[in-house]
Write a protein that binds this ligand. Structure first.
Ligand code: HEC
Ligand code: HEC
Length: 414
C-alpha cells in the first residue's frame, strides 16, 4: 500500500458510508423489506466496474470516446496531447470550451462553498469561494460531475440517460454491470445511471491510480530522497511570499494532520490569463468564459465580484502537461511561469492590441470585472519594469516542478 495520508483514509470512510446508503443498505430504523435486497456490491467490484466504464468507448454516441480519451491514465489522467481543448460529440468534431484537467489529487476537494474556513484552528480567516469540481466548481461531487461529459453534446453526447443506459446494456461492459448490480440492472434507467456514476466515482478514488503520492517530492517528504541544489532553490522561490508566493495558493506543506500537500487549496482566483484566440467559442467577440459567474455555471450569474475566477489546479504532474490554464492558452510550462513573472511588467507580450493599436490588458475579462483580478506576488510591477522573477528563478522553479511528477524511482535519473 502507498503511504496514505490520514485525510484520505477519512474520506474513504465517508465514501464507504455513501456507497452503502447509495446502494440502498437497509438502515437500522427501517423495517426489513419483504424481499431481501441483492447483496451489496463490494468496494473491489465497484472499483473494477468503474475502471472498465472509464475506458468504455461504447458509452459515447460516436462509439469512439471514453473518459480515458480526454483523461489519459498515461498522462496523470490529464489530456494526452497539447490541444487547448478536446473534440467530441456525435461526429467527434465538436470543440470543448476548456482545457482538460488532471483527475489526480482531487480526493480532498469538497463541494463548492462561498466562505471557506480552513479547519486549522484559525477559523477567522475566510478564504472565499473554494472547492467543487470542474474549473468553476459547479459539480458537488465526482458522481455529479460524471453526468456532465456523459450527456454533453460536445463530449460523449448521449441525448438522455435512457439512451446512455441502452448503450451500456449492449456494450462489452454490460455483462460486468449486471454481475455487480443484478440481472435486472437495466430495467430502470434512472437507477442504472446512478449506479454507473457511482462506479465511476469509486474508481476515481482508487489510491494507486488517483493519489499515488509517488513523486520525488513525496519521497523527500518521506525522507527517502533529497532535492538537488537547483530543485531546492526552486522550492525556496515557490514558497517565498515576496518572490514566487506560489505556495499561498498551490500548497506545498503537509497539513497539520500530516496529509501530503495537494499543491492547491482549491480556492477560486482570477489571474487574468490572456484570451485564447484559437478556441472556436472565442470567435464570437462577445463571448467570455467568466468562470464562477458563467456561462457554464448558472447559479451565480449575479455575483459580478466572482467573474473571471477559476479553481486553482493542482501542480502535481503539471510538468507532464502540454497545455496550461482553464482556456489552454499556453503550451509549455516555461511560458506559463513567464506569464506570472511579467504579466504586469510586460503586458504587451501577453495581451492583444485593439483596433487603435493599444494593448488591452486582461483581454479575456470585460473591464467591469477587472478589479477581481489578483494583484499579489508574483504579480506586480509597472510596465517596463523588471519581471518579478528572474530567468534563473524560473529555471529553478521548472526544476522544482519536475519533482511533482508521479512515477519517481530513486534509482532513475531525474
Ligand atoms: C471531450 C473530453 C472529455 C471527456 C470525454 C471527459 N472529460 Fe472530464 N473534463 C473535461 C474537461 C474539458 C473538463 C473541465 C470542464 C469544466 O471546467 O467545465 C473536465 C472535468 C472533469 C472533472 C473535474 C476535475 C476537477 O478538477 O474538478 C472530472 C472529475 C472529470 N472530468 C471526469 C470525467 C469522467 C468520469 C468522464 C467520463 C464519464 C469524463 N470526465 C469525460 C473533458 C472531458
Ligand atoms: C493567488 C493564487 C495563485 C498564486 C499566488 C499562484 N497561482 Fe498558479 N494558479 C492559480 C489559479 C487560480 C490558476 C488557474 C487560473 C486559470 O486557469 O484561469 C493557476 C494555474 C497555474 C498553472 C497552470 C496549471 C494547469 O494545470 O493548467 C501553473 C503552471 C501555475 N498556476 C503555477 C504557479 C506558480 C509556479 C506560481 C508561483 C510563481 C503560481 N502558480 C502562483 C492560482 C495561483
Amino acid at each position: 500500500m502507498p503511504n496514505i495520508p490520514p485525510a484520505c483514509l477519512r474520506l474513504f470512510t465517508c465514501m464507504t458510508a455513501l456507497l452503502l446508503s447509495a446502494c440502498g443498505a437497509p438502515s437500522a430504523n427501517v423495517a426489513a423489506p419483504a424481499v431481501a435486497p441483492a447483496a451489496q456490491p463490494s468496494y473491489q467490484a465497484l472499483d473494477a466496474l468503474g475502471r472498465a466504464l472509464f475506458s468504455e468507448k461504447a458509452l459515447s454516441a460516436s462509439g469512439l470516446m471514453s473518459c480515458a480519451t480526454c483523461h489519459d491514465p498515461a498522462h496523470a489522467y490529464g489530456p494526452p496531447n497539447g490541444l487547448s481543448v478536446q473534440y467530441g460529440g456525435k461526429d467527434g468534431q465538436q470543440a470543448g470550451a476548456r482545457a482538460v484537467p488532471s483527475l489526480r489529487y482531487l480526493q480532498s476537494n469538497g463541494p463548492f462553498s462561498e466562505h471557506f474556513r480552513d479547519n486549522d484552528g484559525n477559523d477567522s480567516e475566510d478564504a472565499g469561494p473554494t472547492g467543487g469540481f470542474t474549473w468553476d466548481g459547479r459539480a458537488d461531487s465526482l458522481r455529479a460531475q460524471a453526468a456532465i461529459p456523459l450527456l454533453a453534446a460536445n463530449e460523449m453526447a448521449n441525448a438522455t440517460k435512457a439512451e446512455l443506459v441502452e448503450r451500456l446494456a449492449h456494450s462489452a461492459s454490460g455483462a460486468l454491470f449486471k454481475q455487480v448490480f443484478g440481472q435486472h440492472a437495466f430495467e430502470d434507467s434512472e437507477r442504472a445511471f446512478d449506479q454507473l456514476t457511482l462506479a465511476l466515482e469509486v474508481f476515481q478514488q482508487n489510491p494507486t491510480e488517483f493519489y499515488p503520492y509517488s513523486s520525488k517530492y513525496d519521497a523527500v517528504l518521506r525522507g527517502q530522497a533529497e532535492l538537488s541544489a537547483r530543485e531546492q532553490r526552486g522550492l525556496a522561490v515557490f514558497n517565498d511570499e515576496n518572490r514566487g508566493n506560489c505556495a499561498s495558493c498551490h500548497i506545498s506543506q503537509r497539513t497539520e494532520g500530516g496529509a501530503f500537500p495537494a499543491f492547491t487549496d482549491f480556492g477560486h482566483i482570477a489571474v487574468g490569463v490572456p484570451r485564447n484566440h484559437t478556441l472556436p467559442a472565442n470567435r464570437n467577440p462577445a463571448y467570455y468564459d467568466l468562470g464562477l459567474c458563467g456561462p457554464a455555471r448558472t447559479d451565480h450569474s449575479d455575483r459580478t465580484d466572482w467573474c473571471g475566477l477559476f479553481r486553482t489546479p493542482t501542480l502535481r504532474n503539471v510538468a507532464s502537461r502540454q497545455v496550461f490554464f482553464h482556456n489552454g492558452v499556453f503550451h509549455d510550462l516555461r511560458t506559463a511561469l513567464e506569464f506570472y513573472a511579467s504579466r504586469d511588467t510586460n503586458p504587451k507580450r501577453w495581451y492583444r492590441k485593439n483596433a487603435a493599436g493599444k494593448t488591452v490588458k486582461f483581454d479575456d475579462l470585460p473591464a467591469a470585472y477587472q478589479d477581481n483580478i489578483n494583484q499579489e506576488a508574483p504579480f506586480g510591477g509597472l510596465p517596463g519594469g523588471r519581471p518579478t522573477l528572474s530567468q534563473q528563478e524560473i529555471d529553478d522553479l521548472l526544476a522544482f516542478l519536475q519533482t511533482l511528477n508521479d512515477g519517481y524511482h530513486p534509482t532513475s535519473p531525474q
